[in-house]
Design a protein around this ligand. Structure first.
Ligand SMILES: Cc1cc2nc3c(=O)[nH]c(=O)nc-3n(C[C@H](O)[C@H](O)[C@H](O)COP(=O)(O)OP(=O)(O)OC[C@H]3O[C@@H](n4cnc5c(N)ncnc54)[C@H](O)[C@@H]3O)c2cc1C
Length: 297
């Protein structure tokens, strides 16, 4: 199906994009890579009267290392992150970028668009919530910085006001004794996951001193598995602690039965992914190079 007719506006700066959004009102939407918005427009689930294109604003696509953080421009594509040696400093970030859909979508879709869309099946929020992540938000009136933990309010709903844009995503580089892993189970590559698990662990020798575990596609927003984290904190990540963390993650999941599987099936998938992701995170925290790939049905 074709989208409804719309007026196209090409912004030349973030300030101009914000001003256009304010002037054009609720019927205006930003266009980044178009990989979420255009399909919704073609299905006529989204019918904006105006599109404000960010694609011609200079310098919105970058990955910079700066004082212990990685800074991502909002128009940085999944593919640019996948192939970046700078982004590879945080292996879980590479896991995420390399596993999103297929090459075509990774070449167009952006980290800013993905966080702004807040799709419950999207990958970026799950991963970035296990890290210390802030979103720099800009409008014609000024800027503010929002922790990612406060940014996503509900399915498809964020903290952004209508005239605000994501101007940058800032991620703290974890310390050396930290390891992370992101694993998803997918029916095929070019579709969203059935379920996914992001794990970040800080280890002191064999003891886990800090844990962050976030589950994807099993709730309206990313699910923080607090009891699973608690099961690992202060203990060796083996035997009983690992089983307790897996059980707690399964319990924390709140999936819907849909075309991707029943709720029980997705809970079982979460259990299997949690175990594998924790084991990979421990190995990475020890300094091992671990290549990971999502599982495909
Ligand atoms: C077949 C298919 C499979 C996919 N599979 C996956 C998958 O497995 N995992 C996954 O994570 N994603 C998946 N995606 C989505 C893809 O990752 C998109 O790139 C992403 O969700 C949105 O990024 P975009 O740049 O395309 O944004 P757009 O589609 O251009 O925009 C999305 C929304 O964000 C808003 N927006 C865009 N940029 C900004 C900004 N800087 N500030 C404020 N608002 C902004 C837009 O107005 C719009 O509302 C898939 C998409 C398709 C079509």
């Amino acid at each position: 199906m074709y989208p409804r007719a719309f007026d196209y506006h090409r912004a030349t700066s973030i300030k101009e994009a914000s001003t256009l959004l304010a002037e054009l009102g609720d019927d205006a939407k930003l266009l980044a890579g178009g990989q979420s918005l255009i399909p919704l427009m073609k299905l006529r689930f989204a019918n904006p009267a105006h599109l404000v294109d960010l694609g011609f604003i200079p310098d919105l696509s970058y990955i910079n290392e700066d004082q212990g953080t990685l800074r991502f421009g909002p128009m940085t594509t999944h593919a640019e992150i996948e192939h970046s040696s700078v982004a590879a400093k945080i292996p879980i970030v590479h896991d995420c970028a390399a596993g999103i859909a297929d090459v075509q979508i990774r070449n167009r879709g952006t980290i800013g668009g993905s966080l702004a869309e807040a799709d419950p099946s999207g990958d970026w929020a799950n991963v970035l919530l296990t890290l210390d992540t802030h979103v720099r938000v800009a409008s014609a009136k000024g800027e503010r910085t929002v922790p990612l933990t406060d940014f996503i309010k509900d399915a498809y709903t964020t903290e952004l006001a209508h005239d605000e844009l994501i101007a940058e995503v800032v991620v703290k580089v974890p310390p050396r004794n930290n390891g992370g892993a992101y694993l998803a189970f997918k029916r095929t590559a070019p579709v969203y996951p059935t379920a996914s698990v992001a794990v970040q662990l800080t280890m002191e020798g064999d003891t886990c001193i800090e844990a962050a575990i976030v589950l994807g596609c099993v709730g309206l927003t990313p699910v923080k598995a607090g009891d699973a984290e608690a099961a690992l904190r202060g203990t060796a990540v083996t035997g009983k602690a690992l089983i307790a963390a897996v059980d707690a993650a399964r319990t924390a999941a709140d999936p819907q039965t849909d075309m991707r599987g029943s709720a029980d099936y997705k809970r079982a998938v979460i259990g299997a992914l949690t175990k594998r992701a924790i084991e990979a995170a421990v190995r990475r925290a020890r300094g091992e190079q671990v290549q990971l790939s999502h599982s495909y049905a």
